[in-house]
Write a protein that binds this ligand. Structure first.
Ligand code: FES
Length: 85
């Protein structure tokens, strides 16, 4: 697969992405074909608080591990405290 000049094969991490923003259909974990939206829903719906929990429920970051920083970033963004006016 060729995406924006990046050649990805099985086991290769996707190019770095801003995990906390963007298209919910964007692939965060190319090894397991897990999208941002799938990860976000799992975090929100299941109350996940760790990357290990996200991996257990979505399989993201269970291959090469290259997406782990993006999964962690998305987890932190969703779990960040909301400022009170
Ligand atoms: S991109 Fe390889 S484990 Fe997610």
């Amino acid at each position: 697969m060729l995406l924006d000049g990046w050649s990805m094969g099985a086991g290769e991490a996707a190019p770095p992405v801003d995990a906390a923003a963007g298209d919910p259909g964007a692939t965060i974990c190319s090894c397991q074909a897990v999208t941002r939206g799938e990860i976000a829903h799992a975090i929100e719906d299941r109350g996940l608080t760790t990357v290990a929990q996200v991996s257990e429920h979505t399989r993201a970051s269970t291959g090469c591990g290259g997406c782990r920083p993006d999964v962690a970033e998305l987890l932190a963004a969703i779990r960040a405290p909301v400022p009170v006016a």
